[in-house]
Structure formats: C-alpha cells, structure tokens
Design a protein around this ligand. Sequence first.
Ligand SMILES: Cc1cc2nc3c(=O)[nH]c(=O)nc-3n(C[C@H](O)[C@H](O)[C@H](O)COP(=O)(O)OP(=O)(O)OC[C@H]3O[C@@H](n4cnc5c(N)ncnc54)[C@H](O)[C@@H]3O)c2cc1C
Length: 458
Amino acid sequence: MDNVTQIAGLAAPDVRGLRARMTGELVVPGDEGWDAARQAWNLTADQRPVAVAVVADAADVVEVIDFARDAGLRVAPQGTGHAAPAMGPLGDTILLKTHRLRGVTVDPERRVARAEAGAIWIDVVEAAAEHGLAALAGSSPDVGVVGYTLGGGLSWLARKHGIGANQVVAIELVTADGEAKRVDRENDPDLFWALRGGGGSFAVVTAIEFNLFPYEHVYAGILWWPVERAAEILRAWRTWTSMVPDEMTSVGRILQFPPLEFFPEAIRGKSFVVIEAIYSGSPVDGDLWVSPLRDLEPVMDTVQTIPVSELSRLHMDPEEPAAGVGDGTMLSDFRDDAIDALVAASVGAPLLSTEVRHLGGAVARPRAEHGALSHFDDEYLMFTVGMAPTPELAAVVEGAVGRVLAALEPWRAEQTYSNFAESSRPGGSFHSETAYHRLKRIKAAVDPGNVIRANHEL
Ligand SMILES: Cc1cc2nc3c(=O)[nH]c(=O)nc-3n(C[C@H](O)[C@H](O)[C@H](O)COP(=O)(O)OP(=O)(O)OC[C@H]3O[C@@H](n4cnc5c(N)ncnc54)[C@H](O)[C@@H]3O)c2cc1C
C-alpha cells in the first residue's frame, strides 16, 4: 500500500471508518495534537502507540476493540498515565484514553459511588464528602480511580478497611470480543474476581461501583524533624507501628526538597524525616496515640482534626503532570539494619521522597469474598522517587532509585505491589501462586487473542 491508501501504517479506509463510527477522537501520528494525545501524566513516558483513541462512551470502546482485534493490534486502556513508565513499547497497540469519562454519582442510601473510567480520586472524594462519606482513595487527588482499584488500592483508611479493590461491588466493561457488560458477584464471578486486584489485562473497564464509608473528619497530619534524625525517628516509628490499632495508618518518609521556587519557603532546599499519621477514630484517642511521636519534639506538627476530603492533599503529591522516576518494593521486615540501609542509600541522593507505608491491620486479613489481591502478608511497603525533568536527570535518578532497592534487597519480600512497581516485573510478582495461576486461566478464557494490554502484563 502507498501513502494514499495508508494513514500512519493502517489502511486509510479503516481509519476513516473507525473515526466515523466514534463519538470521541482517533489521533494518529502526523495529526495535529498527536504529541498531546500520546502524553501520559508521568512526563518521562515517551508513548508511541499506533494510534490514540480518546473515547467518549462505552460504544466507542466497543468500536476500538473490534477494530484493533480485526487489525491484529492490541488495546491499552489508560486513565491518566500515572503508571505509564512500566508499559513497554506500544508499536502494536492502540492507546485507549478514558479521561473524557469523568462522571461520578453517589448513592448515599447504599453508600456506593459509581465512577466512570476516567474519573480521578478528587472527583469521588468531593462528591462523597457532600454526603458525609469517604472513599478508600489514594494519596494523590489525580490518580485514576480505575487504574488504582484494579491494581489493589492502598488508602489512608487501609488498615481499617483493607484494600480498595475488595470494596468494589460491580464493574461495567467491554470484553476483548467487544461485548459490553456489567460483572459482579453473581454475573461473571471469575472475571469480577480477577479485576479486583488482578490489574488491567482482562477487559476495558467503563465504570466501577464501590463502597463508601461514613467519615466526615479524621485526625491527621504530618510531624517533621530534620533529616539528620532520620534513623532515630524511623526506628521509633517502626516500634510505634507495632502497637497502633487498625484506625491508625501511617507513613515514615524522608523528604529532600530541591531549592525550587514552587516549594513553599519553609521547606524549600531543606530535608526532613516525617511521619504522616491518619487516625480514623475519635480525635481524643488519636491525640493519645500520636503523643509518643510528639515526645520526639518535631519541628513542625500539623496533626489535627481535618475534613476527610483533605486527606487527598496530605501527602503533597503533584496535581499536574510531572516527570518522575520511582520504584518500590514490599519489605518482609523493617528492622534496624533495614532502616540504616534505607537511610544510607536515600539521604543525600537525588530523591525527593523515600517513603515506607505501614500495612497490616485489615490489609493483612484475607476473606473468602475478596478478589485476586486478597491481602498482603508483609507489613511495610517502600516507594522512592526523584524529579526527572530531563533524560540526563532521569538517568541519575534511576541510578539512585536502583541503589535504594539494592540496599533493601535483603528485606525484599517475594510478592510486591503492582501499583508501587514502576519498572517492568516478571509475571507472578504481584500475587500468590494460586491467585496467579487462576488469573492466567481467566485471561486465557476471556481474552485468548491477548488483545487487552496492561502496564504490568500477567
Ligand atoms: C503520585 C502518585 C501517588 C500514588 N498514590 C497511591 C496510593 O496512595 N495508593 C495506591 O495504591 N497507589 C498509589 N499510586 C499508584 C497508582 O495507584 C497506580 O500508578 C495506578 O496504576 C494509577 O492508575 P491510573 O489510572 O491513574 O494510571 P494509568 O497509567 O492510566 O493506568 C494504570 C493501568 O491501569 C489499568 N487501567 C487504567 N484504566 C483502565 C480501564 N479503564 N480499563 C482497564 N484497565 C485500566 C491499565 O492496565 C493501565 O496501564 C500512586 C501513584 C502516583 C504516581
């Protein structure tokens, strides 16, 4: 075929036909807007798919999947592109972007939210707060609800209510053979099980329904110390985490702010060790639990009663697309020598944040009704990240991230958490062996042609 009969390597009549059938847009290389269309939230990801389909509704998703399957292409759904760095080359793939589908509705009677595929957490958090309800939202206001939940979902209420995926009540989707349907415990229970923590390999989700919880306020904030006290504070935090109730979820974290204008003056160019503490019980009890940390005399202390919706900004995650290189691992233990190794590898390195999240509580309790990611046995989860605005800096930060991971190798748990893995990992890294084999069987049954493609492939 010559250039007249092809558009970006695809048969021109086929591309024109798909465009005509879609309400949304189909953008191909050479189109004005191509670079904007292929851009992910994480600006380090240089995505070069065959085409980008910006879908406007579930009917568009059916059209794109049917087209891709018939053309021998794959389809990679993407909400925001927060997790784009783990995705490999896209030369045989249509990137299916869902960001136009931002609708959220809340049913206060059932305490259930329905979020369309492109909704981000702040959309849900604010809609739920109007009814005195809270979702199991992540630390960032603009992470996608669907990507987060399919991977698992660790929120600030995790130790009380477990992994977000296990609060899902129904999922609307389009399968690899182009069928739009709604799955739940009674309808397609295997597929429903796989989607709850098994990742994005099974179908394109168009909407998701999940439980909300009656919280209006929490007792939460950050305690700050100079980074020179990192080992001492992290040891004290680790000891404290072995005593706290499920209502307390917390993070021990090293923050190293470059001297850049957009950081507030109080922290610009400075480094800290901090503890982020979120207590979902009464403020009086929260105050009692936090007091041993206050005895360590933090230089700043913002822990107080706050509206639950403010949890979306507690972790200070960037709210606009950003260039970052990061990676994480689950830790089998966070004992003194692991803390020393973490501090030695992180402090002074070109890393903005190195955090350890405390799991356990409800996160560690499996239940028969849970999905593919039932629980985590390991108590601590580490993630480290640095700013990478240029390819040169990205390489430097990648080296620093690698050194933190290498330093923690003796305590690296066998299973890790896909949402905190920003590099490609071998299949089976994220689930128990039994769950992984079941996921593989379900994938073979629902998508034998391997059309649907996730950032982490099974
Ligand atoms: C700043 C920041 C803060 C974070 N905080 C937390 C946190 O507190 N807790 C936590 O658990 N995780 C957290 N994460 C990790 C985050 O949950 C994952 O990166 C997640 O995959 C992002 O989902 P997304 O839809 O925004 O990203 P995307 O890159 O758009 O999607 C990630 C993957 O999800 C799948 N997917 C997305 N949409 C669909 C769909 N419609 N149908 C089928 N599959 C789909 C695809 O496989 C896709 O590759 C954080 C990440 C960042 C960068």
